[in-house]
Write a protein that binds this ligand. Structure first.
Ligand code: GLY
Length: 355
């Protein structure tokens, strides 16, 4: 088993291996101190039939009193109404600050459970059990929690770290191809900005059956993210590099009414921004071609059908925008990332140069 410590405002372990779910109660007992009495399991209706019983049985066998809250699957559910239901559920079942919430699922579940844990009674502890590759390589680690508002993605939220992250690679066996590729997109993002060797692993299509490769990919992505979060937990500088491809990606998600999944949108976002900076002569000549090739090899989209104006307007709701500027992330060469604050008119021209 791989064990990586995230040293943020709280230090916590990320455990990566196969067949962890059936023993999650014991892992929680080891990591969460003092022990909670009650545990609320949050998951969506797609994950519940697959894994909720296994997790709940393990929690019960470890002596916890368990409660289960299920919501509908999908990014459209990631709104404040669902958060209200989640915290009402905790209140109605008399949860106290000593108790625990568990997020079992993908990024939507992890972000919303973490946000509910952050605000319920000003903070109860929570554990992340990601079941998608995207959540394992990115969203379950580092304490970003929240939900979408009508104006844009993740506009409400809190930095709030979990007690433990359990990445059970066996869960990836039931992941559909689209969701698997979405996780690969975030892993490719991490490789482009920090790790040229990791990038090489994606030159051949990675599949959900490549258990050892996946263990290596998830481990490396978590190590890199832990290193970045340890230096800049609240994203005042360095952590913004993890948003490579995300400003345009979030705009595409919003323009598609969330029909384009997050990972697919990030793949397109990375392609758009790298093309634009290549045209400006700021990117190593091989990178754009290598990036497109690796994304396509892994069944990810690299193009969109929106206009310059649509993309620009939608990108303006990005959290990284201030009144008159926006910070853009690009990679000048494999394994490196730069942050560039741009005036909004410069950002508009940048988008135009990607067409
Ligand atoms: N997903 C980027 C971050 O956690 O900072």
């Amino acid at each position: 088993m791989k064990k990586i410590l995230v040293k943020a405002s709280k230090t916590y372990p990320v455990l990566i291996d196969t067949n962890l779910l059936g023993n999650c109660g014991n892992f929680i007992k080891e990591a969460v101190s003092p022990l909670p009495a009650k545990v609320a399991l949050f998951c969506d209706d797609k994950v519940e039939p697959l894994y909720a019983d296994t997790v709940e049985n393990s929690l019960k066998a470890s002596g916890f009193e368990t409660y289960r809250f299920i919501f509908k699957n999908g990014e459209e559910q990631k709104h404040i109404g669902t958060i209200t239901q989640m915290i009402e559920f905790l209140a109605q079942n008399d949860f106290t600050r000593k108790d625990l919430a568990v997020a079992l699922g993908g990024g939507v579940t992890g972000d919303m459970t973490g946000f509910s844990a952050a605000i319920f009674k000003r903070g109860i502890r929570f554990v992340q059990i990601p079941t998608t590759l995207l959540a394992m390589v990115d969203s379950s680690v580092g304490g970003k929690t929240g939900c979408n508002l009508s104006v844009g993605k993740n506009l409400a939220g809190a930095f709030y770290q979990p007690e433990l992250v359990l990445c059970d690679i066996s869960c990836l066996e039931t992941l559909d191809d689209k969701n698997f590729s979405c996780g690969i997109a975030e892993a490719i993002k991490t490789a482009v900005i920090q790790d040229a060797e990791l990038f090489d692993l994606f030159k051949k299509k990675v599949t959900s059956k490549d258990t050892e490769t996946l263990k290596e990919i998830i481990g490396r992505c978590v190590e890199i993210k832990a290193g970045v979060v340890a230096q800049d937990e609240k994203e005042s500088g360095l952590r913004q590099i993890l948003n490579f491809g995300h400003t345009i990606g979030h705009a595409i998600e919003k323009l598609s009414s969330y029909k384009t999944a997050h990972g697919e949108a990030v793949a397109i976002g990375m392609a758009v921004i790298t093309k634009a900076f290549t045209k400006l002569g700021k990117v190593n000549s091989a990178l754009y071609g290598d990036l497109i090739s690796v994304l396509e090899t892994n069944s990810l989209p690299v193009k969109h059908n929106y206009t310059k104006q649509e993309l620009f307007s939608a990108a303006l709701s990005d959290k990284k925008r201030s009144a008159d500027s926006i910070t853009v992330v690009y990679s000048p060469e494999l394994g490196k990332a730069e942050l560039l604050p741009l005036k909004l008119n410069e950002f508009e021209s940048l988008i135009a140069s990607s067409f």
